[in-house]
Design a protein around this ligand. Structure first.
Ligand code: NAD
Length: 349
């Protein structure tokens, strides 16, 4: 297993491997870049098929966090942790304690938050062994809805304001009567639907769980569609809020929306899909810019702040997107490439 020659190695500052004999914990922490501040990123627990797969994931995800933090205007760098193992089978309290000690051993250069396979309860155990754990309690919230550590309310609000300015930029109108197709009605998608409904948008929704669809139909007069139908609908906006890699040549070919703006991480199957979207005249809101409400929320929980300051910070996602769109048009480049450029200028690559 190579590290410095690894395909995903990108001048990462620090890579730490840890095995705890007592609990069986096998974990890797990657710190990509700390030019703007200590690195922040989730801890993911996943049954990786190999150490190589875990390394690949932690290198890639930690880099993504540097770009996300820079675009969100945070004094924060990018890092990530992965634990190798099936959470439902091998996770124990003792293992979480060992993970807390591992995070602590880096002396605050990496701050850990929640990710797949980990819960707020796990983070609270880790926090007994390290002060460098974030997202265990919410002091501030965007609209009076207290989050339990999952910052979905802030993420959804950020996607909403970002979607609204994307529509204004691409179509020159507000959200009244705008047709939006939402893929995925989970923590973020359902809250996004509420904001959009309140703003007068007409919703088309799908999920793999029929009860989520039924809720959106009842609450927001949404039109239900099947997961397969969601791409080709005659709508203005496609809002992916489920899984990644959904923008590929075939799904883009069927899109009729003029704007793609949603919460899902890693929406582009490959970076080159940004150009494919641009060629088709579709405005793409780079995922890590529009979905940064969550990390902004976690950041504010760690500093002296207020509900208003946090909400204002989330609302700045709009300005950042407009900066990306204007530069993309001036340089005739896809928005994902321009977002990367601006992020690199900010963190001083
Ligand atoms: P979630 O698991 O609560 O919701 C995802 C929803 O998508 C679920 O209801 C699920 O049933 C549905 N779904 C899964 N596969 C689907 C399919 N093929 N078609 C339609 N629906 C499908 O997750 P979430 O917290 O709402 O996050 C949604 C996305 O946003 C994820 O990609 C996540 O990584 C990203 N994101 C979330 C946050 C956050 O604060 N929660 C922050 C940044 C990014």
């Amino acid at each position: 297993m190579s590290v410095f020659q690894h395909n995903e190695f990108d001048d990462h500052e620090h890579l730490a491997f840890h095995f705890d004999k007592e609990t069986g914990l096998k974990a890797i922490i990657a710190i990509h870049n700390t030019n703007l501040g200590p690195s922040l990123g989730g801890c993911r627990m996943w049954p990786y098929a190999s150490d190589e797969e875990a390394l690949n994931d932690v290198l890639r995800l930690s880099k993504g966090m540097t770009y996300k933090a820079a675009m969100a205007g945070l004094n924060q760098g990018g890092g990530k942790a992965v634990i190798i193992g099936e959470p439902r089978k091998v996770k124990t309290e003792a293992m979480m304690r060992a993970m807390g000690r591992f995070v602590d051993s880096l002396g605050g250069k990496y701050i850990s938050a929640e990710d797949s396979g980990m819960s707020v309860a796990d983070l609270k155990i880790m926090a007994e062994h390290s002060q460098h754990i974030a997202g265990t309690q919410a002091k501030y919230h965007v609209f009076g809805e207290e989050a339990d550590g999952n910052p979905a309310p802030s993420t959804a609000y950020g996607v909403f304001v970002g979607l609204r300015s994307s529509v204004s930029f691409a179509l020159g109108r507000d959200l009244q009567g705008v047709k939006v197709a939402i893929q995925g009605l989970g923590h973020v998608g359902m809250r996004l639907a509420a904001h959009l409904h309140k703003a007068g948008a007409q919703l088309f929704v799908t999920d793999i769980y029929p009860e989520n669809i039924d809720n959106a139909v009842a609450l927001f007069a949404a039109t239900p569609v099947s997961p397969e139908e969601i791409y080709a609908l005659d709508v203005d906006v496609f809002a992916p809020c489920a899984m990644g890699a959904i923008l590929n040549p075939s799904s883009i070919a069927s899109l009729r929306a003029k704007v793609v703006a949603g919460a899902a991480n890693n929406q582009l199957a490959t970076e080159s899909m940004g150009q494919v979207l641009r060629d088709k005249g579709i405005l793409y809101a780079p995922d890590y810019v529009i979905n940064a409400g969550g990390i902004i929320d976690i950041y504010h929980q760690k500093i002296p702040s207020s509900h208003e300051a946090m909400r204002a910070h989330v609302e700045r996602i709009s300005n950042t997107l407009l900066e990306v769109y204007e530069r993309a048009n001036a340089l005739n480049l896809p928005t994902n490439m321009v977002a990367n450029q601006i992020a690199e200028e900010r963190f001083g690559r």
